[in-house]
Unconditional design. Structure first.
Length: 116
């Protein structure tokens, strides 16, 4: 059973930074694709960023140039560095991974709050 453990959320003022971490805990689990989504209550999830095992990345238009997704394959961890945060970035952020065996897993979500 794979478990994704998220950390790093919190409250910050506009212009500040946060780094989210998502560790895949499981003896044989290897991340093939890692991604971050965010979702506000009553809204559809929004793709924030995605990264493949070989380093290909893609970002949502609203975060390009401010957020950076990365992985540490040795630690089975996906990171999201968020800079120049804006109040509209306030949301619950979810990590999603797809293993090399095609197993899809979601994290429990972590709250990010940006005040103006």
């Amino acid at each position: 059973q794979v478990q994704l453990v998220e950390s790093g959320g919190g409250s910050v003022q506009a212009g500040g930074s946060l780094r989210l971490s998502c560790e895949a805990v499981g003896s044989t689990f290897n991340i093939n694709i890692g991604s971050w989504y965010r979702q506000a209550p009553g809204k559809q999830p929004e793709l924030v960023a995605v990264i493949s095992r070989d380093g290909f990345t893609n970002y949502g238009d609203s975060v390009k140039g401010r957020f950076t997704i990365s992985t540490d394959n040795a630690k089975n961890t996906v990171y999201l560095q968020m800079n120049s945060l804006k109040p509209e970035d306030t949301d619950v952020y979810y990590c999603k991974t797809i293993s090399q065996d095609g197993v899809v897993s979601w994290g429990q979500g972590t709250q990010v709050t940006v005040s103006s």
